[in-house]
Design a protein around this ligand. Structure first.
Ligand code: ADP
Length: 189
């Protein structure tokens, strides 16, 4: 089962992704985590990404696509299914993903949207700033991350609807309840 999990910043993708990957034995591919790991290693890629991430913008498609290509090819060789968290984030990235998956002869089973309204997101992210201290969780950067989401990522909803792959989850509520919603989607795939 190969899955995309997407939704606005603060929707709880990371938390839900971990639960799903554990239960269904999927490789959790979080482009945000991969980039943060590069930053903490101080690699060239990390240095290039940090400035852009701190401003709330998207890092270049070239950087992201290279990361995804390598990881999906490895998974294909080892016959491991995966969950994408934080990728694709634009129609262009979604088209590039389709191309890579076609080349590797693997298919996408579903794109699951965790939907949360804006006012809830803002509160959650500002709270997260206090507990996790992520540099891009400040109020100023948040506005630009939300704008990037609505301008560039939200069009994926129609994109995956047209492909008959979209599943919708209400992301407001208890972690457990949201997890149940996703599990029942997974059971039906
Ligand atoms: P969130 O979903 O909470 O916004 P992520 O951890 O997924 O956070 O991403 C943090 C930042 O990493 C993004 O704002 C962006 O700068 C960068 N990033 C992550 N994934 C991608 C991607 N697929 N394309 C471009 N930039 C990305």
């Amino acid at each position: 089962m190969n899955i995309i999990l997407f939704g606005p910043p603060g929707a709880g993708k990371g938390t839900q992704a971990k639960l799903i990957c554990k239960k269904y034995k999927l490789d959790h591919i979080s482009t945000g985590d991969i980039l943060r790991n590069e930053i903490s290693k101080g690699s060239e890629l990390g240095l290039a990404a940090k400035k852009i991430m701190d401003s709330g913008n998207l890092v270049s498609d070239e950087i992201i696509i290279d990361i995804i290509k390598v990881r999906l090819s490895e998974n294909k060789k080892s016959n491991i299914d995966f969950l994408l968290d934080g990728f694709p984030r634009s129609i262009n990235q979604a088209n590039l993903l389709s191309k890579i998956m076609n080349e590797l002869e693997i298919s996408l089973n579903s794109a699951i949207l965790i939907d949360v309204e804006q006012s809830v997101l803002i509160n959650r992210i500002l709270n997260r700033k206090n507990t996790e201290g992520r540099d891009d969780d400040s109020e100023e950067v948040l506005a630009s991350r939300l704008k990037v989401y609505y301008d560039q990522t939200a069009p994926l909803i129609q994109f995956y609807k047209d492909l008959n792959l979209l599943k919708w989850v209400n992301g407001v509520g208890e972690i457990n309840d949201i997890n149940q919603q996703i599990n029942s989607i997974m059971e039906q795939l």
